[in-house]
Design a protein around this ligand. Structure first.
Ligand code: NAI
Length: 424
């Protein structure tokens, strides 16, 4: 049996960043990973898809993807090869609340603290034909070596919209079937509509308010406004959400978890068993790589007794369609539902010099502020580099700044971020 200060299960962005941070602060860390370091994000998620976004052709994307992933993966492996970290390339199994067994070698480890960071996987619809050979999840879609002529995407959420935008650009005939009336339910309604309309103009067919009932080989069958409709496709992407990766041996540790909602955690991401934490997708809070990273840092701070002021209530997010969509803080609808008084200020990319010069005039910014003091509450951006623009507002919101303070900050000219100080 080996003893260690901290055991981390899973070397995705949550797990590996926590390991490096903990080791930097003097903890002895043991990390278990049975697939690849970097997790979904680096190997089959954010990084490969961004390689696709920034490739001109499908062939270029297929060629570049493994190169980019390999370069980053070896960087993470280097980070994890420092003296305070032991990387065990095996599946970890809970024996009891403080003991982990490496599943192949049978080696046993005891940790003073344990972080579960096992991530999530695609949630496939429990419908007839979901196992047809034409059906893939996002990982399967990224493994295609030939561009499908017709791609049908089930679900206009984050994954569905990103791949719709990417595969239409490569020349595939893309159809999206979505159960709800609008795409991207978590995004500001105005912005979601603008994005969908733009993608429609580019040739993507959207069936909204259409629940998929079954799949028959290459035929996707759904109901829209009481009518039976079908779409033929060479590849069918199931993008209907992700589920936390929980495992039966979690019961040996004794913490509360649920197949659907993941591991129950408190505000410090501690499970119902003291000293065992769960970060990232497996706790079902915010399925975002950067959320997992920050949760991991916070947990290590808790273990070390370091106080931090990380604002988990202001989690920026971006959807890497072309152009991008990004936001931080509540949407207008959410503010209304919460009864929070607010003012909304807008500006448009077409009035921004840099956007015109870049030929990226499609886009808008919406800032929601408290009416009296003008304290910034949220930002919603659609347009080129929306993620970077939202990042700037995230800093202001985190620091409790006002719209006036944002306007009084000198912005470089000409830049896209000037759209922020150009709001009405
Ligand atoms: P999602 O929850 O964003 O969207 C799933 C969509 O499928 C929903 O709009 C839902 O109404 C629809 N749907 C469900 N059943 C349906 C049916 N029978 N027929 C038609 N439509 C149906 O899930 P998604 O896109 O799979 O993403 C999973 C997670 O991964 C999300 O939490 C997302 O935030 C995260 N992610 C984040 C990224 C980013 O931040 N850029 C990129 C990729 C994923």
């Amino acid at each position: 049996m080996s003893n260690t200060d901290l055991i981390i299960i899973g070397a995705g962005p949550g797990g590996y960043k926590a390991a490096v941070y903990a080791a930097k602060h003097g903890l002895k860390v043991t990390v278990f990973e049975d697939v690849h370091v970097g997790g979904t994000c680096l190997n089959v998620g954010c990084i490969p898809t961004k390689t696709y976004v920034h490739s001109k052709t499908f062939e270029e994307a297929v060629e570049r993807q493994p190169q980019v992933v390999e370069a980053l993966r070896s960087g993470v492996e280097t980070l994890l090869s420092q003296p305070n970290i032991t990387l065990i390339r095996e599946r970890a199994k809970f024996i009891d609340a403080g003991t982990i067994e490496a599943s192949s070698s049978g080696e046993v480890w005891r940790g003073a603290n344990i972080i579960v960071a096992t991530g999530s996987s695609a949630k496939m619809l429990p419908i007839a034909g979901a196992d047809s050979p034409q059906v893939v999840d996002s990982t399967g879609l990224l493994q295609l070596k030939e561009l499908p002529r017709r791609l049908c995407i089930i679900g206009a959420g984050v994954i569905g919209m990103e791949f719709a935008s990417i595969f239409q650009k490569f020349g595939a005939e893309v159809t999206v079937v979505e159960y709800l009336k609008e795409c991207l339910p978590m995004v500001d309604g105005d912005i979601a509509k603008r994005l969908r309309k733009l993608l429609e103009k580019r040739g993507i067919t959207f069936y909204m308010g259409a629940g998929v009932k079954s799949i028959d080989g290459s035929t996707v069958l759904f109901e829209q406004k009481g009518k039976e409709v079908s779409v033929e496709a060479d590849v069918i992407l199931m993008a209907t959400g992700r589920k936390p990766n929980v495992s039966p041996d979690f019961a040996n540790a004794g913490f509360d978890y649920d197949e659907r909602k993941g591991i129950a955690v408190d505000g410090n991401f501690e499970t119902t068993v003291k000293g065992i934490y769960a970060i990232g997708d497996v706790n079902g809070r915010q399925m975002l790589a950067h959320a997992a990273e920050m949760q991991g840092i916070h947990v290590v701070n808790c273990i070390l007794g370091i106080e931090d002021k990380i604002r988990f209530d202001f989690m920026p997010a971006a959807i890497f369609t072309e152009p991008e969509t990004a936001c931080v803080g509540p949407t207008e609808d959410q503010l209304k539902e919460q009864g929070v008084p607010f003012e909304c200020h807008k500006s448009f990319y077409r009035a921004n010099g840099k956007a015109l010069a870049m030929n990226e005039t499609e886009g808008m910014v919406k800032l929601c502020c408290e009416p009296e003091e003008g304290k910034l509450l949220s930002a919603h951006v659609f347009g080129a580099h929306a993620a970077d623009i939202v990042q700037e507002v995230t800093a202001y919101i985190t620091l409790g700044a006002t719209l006036r303070q944002l306007r009084e900050t000198v912005h470089i000219h000409p830049t896209l971020s000037e759209v922020l100080i150009e709001v009405n």
